[in-house]
Design a protein around this ligand. Sequence first.
Ligand code: ISE
Length: 343
Amino acid sequence: METKTNSQTLSVGVIGTGSMGTRHALNLHRAVGSARVAAVYDLDQVRARHVAGMCGGALVFDDPERLINDPRVNAVMIVSPDDTHARLTLACLQAGKPVLSEKPLATSVEDAVRLLEAEVALGQRLVSVGFMRRFDPQHVAVKTTVTDGTLGRPLLFKGVHRNASVPYGTTGETILINSAGHDFDSARWLLGEEVHEVFVRGLRSRADLHPDTKDLLLIEMALTNDSLADVEVYVNADYGYEVSAEVVCQHGSAITTLADNVLVRSEAQRAHPISKDWLARFQNAYVLEVAEWIESIQERRPFRGANTWDGYMTMLITGSCIESFHSCTVKSLNVPPKPALYQ
Ligand code: ISE
């Protein structure tokens, strides 16, 4: 049953209905009055039908490209596995439809270049990338503080990124592509500079992990305007999910505060609860992100979050980090000039 339809309502197709895709579909369905989930696709058709039902009876597709090209779909969210993002985003560009791709935009530098070139050739910004921290109120407060200039020039980004656990055998490359990409984006966004050099070192945190696993990574980056970044990504932290971002400036520093707003006093302790995963920690950010994306399409203006250039730069940094991780050497990036489309 359709719940919200009028001539202004944007019909969105959601590709991928795993936990993240379901969350995006429900956020769109429940929190964005001017759009509706019109279509869904998932390789698991039972799961797709279930989510379609929860979203008021969306159409269920058995092929993602058919969903993208269907005239009843105005815009697309890509929330399928990481290695499908680039191909499906390119299909959206070819169909001339706005697309919000979950991060990473691509899983290889070559694919990221292809997307950047395709969008530049089109001369129109259709691609948005789901770096949701840019909408998280705590991160936005740090950004606002740093950009208002009272703390002086930003010098150093310090990031902490901890997952409770990841599947056995998760590789350093996967951690760099799937998790650390957020921190690369945060460093660039909060410092307002581009990364030009990286160095990565890792360790295995416990003997019962796969022998080749390195699940705690330390990443150092040099950015333009003589600024630096240092990031810990630890994906088997066990106790919960936590992200923090600090920017050290010439006359002070700004750091994200506790996101879980309650202080609990119990059993002779004062404690703040910690989220179990990113879906809980960043729920507000996901809603703000999808609402802004819809508004940007309806107002025919660029999305205020990350664009193809940001997705491309993240993959360029990730590629150099993978090389550094394997060779244990410092890697320099070859950053091309930013195309006028993204200025
Ligand atoms: C996951 O895919 C996310 O996007 C989360 O935000 C991130 O913190 C986590 O490490 C990733 O695995």
